[in-house]
Design a protein around this ligand. Structure first.
Ligand SMILES: CC(C)(COP(=O)(O)OP(=O)(O)OC[C@H]1O[C@@H](n2cnc3c(N)ncnc32)[C@H](O)[C@@H]1OP(=O)(O)O)[C@@H](O)C(=O)NCCC(=O)NCCS
Length: 206
């Protein structure tokens, strides 16, 4: 009986994998589904419409990880749920430290960030690329650097960007107005990529 149930589950899992594999051809959101299924299976709490790309987490302690709805974790991010550094140096005198990591609703974690155990990243907060986050980031906080410091508010960054868009004369940047990742089927269509290229290469030279 148990063996039959095991077989059925094995077949269903295979079917799900095949569907996810095929789904990625028409909807980019399934790119990251396998990563998320993996962390969920290990006990992490992951909300709706979350995007995770190649996240590194302490697998055995994945239950200490909570990611709220619509959070977005860019490639190469490293989340630590424990710290055994002192224990490795001094043994039982210094126990291994553990701490939950909580990523708030719609928070954005930039590429290659490192988040240490016990840290909460607030709702709508932003962690800059390459930051090492050692302390909580408040809701709407912008944290950058090593160790990360709070340098602003995402609502102010939004206003700053609006001004950049109004005055692009001499700017090294071009902008593409699209919906958020989870509200689209494709991260960017080929036409949109082409539109961006046009912005850079419609003139000869730089
Ligand atoms: C944090 C971030 C949003 C700031 O954007 P911004 O306000 O336009 O940044 P600016 O270039 O105007 O920099 C503002 C200041 O923050 C510093 N800064 C910006 N990003 C930083 C980072 N990741 N680490 C350390 N310092 C950073 C700049 O050096 C500058 O400092 P200064 O005022 O002393 O000169 C952006 O730099 C970032 O890291 N975005 C994440 C990108 C990413 O990982 N994308 C993944 C693929 S989508």
């Amino acid at each position: 009986m148990f063996r039959l149930w095991g077989r059925i589950r094995w077949i269903l899992r295979g079917f799900k994998r095949m569907c996810l594999f095929l789904a990625r051809f028409w909807d980019d959101r399934y790119y990251t589904q396998r990563d998320m299924d993996r962390w969920k299976a290990l006990g992490a709490k992951i909300g709706k419409d979350v995007q995770i790309q190649h996240l590194k987490v302490d697998e055995r302690f994945a239950r200490l990880l909570e990611i709220d709805d619509e959070a977005n974790i860019a490639e190469g991010t490293n989340i630590l749920l424990h710290d055994s550094s002192l224990n490795n140096l001094f043994g039982e005198e210094c126990p291994v430290k553990f701490g939950k990591v909580r990523i708030g609703k719609a928070a954005y974690i930039g590429r290659n960030a490192v988040i240490l155990c016990g840290v909460r990243i607030g709702d709508y907060a932003l962690v800059g690329a390459g930051a090492v986050v050692t302390a909580d980031v408040p809701d709407y906080g912008v944290a950058v650097g090593v160790p990360a410091k709070i340098v602003g508010d995402t609502r102010d960054l939004k206003e700053k960007q609006k001004k950049q868009i109004e005055n692009q004369e001499g700017s090294p940047y071009r902008f593409l107005r699209i919906k958020r990742w989870h509200e689209r089927h494709k991260i960017m269509t080929n036409d949109e990529v082409e539109e961006i290229y046009q912005g850079f290469f419609d003139k000869v030279g730089w």
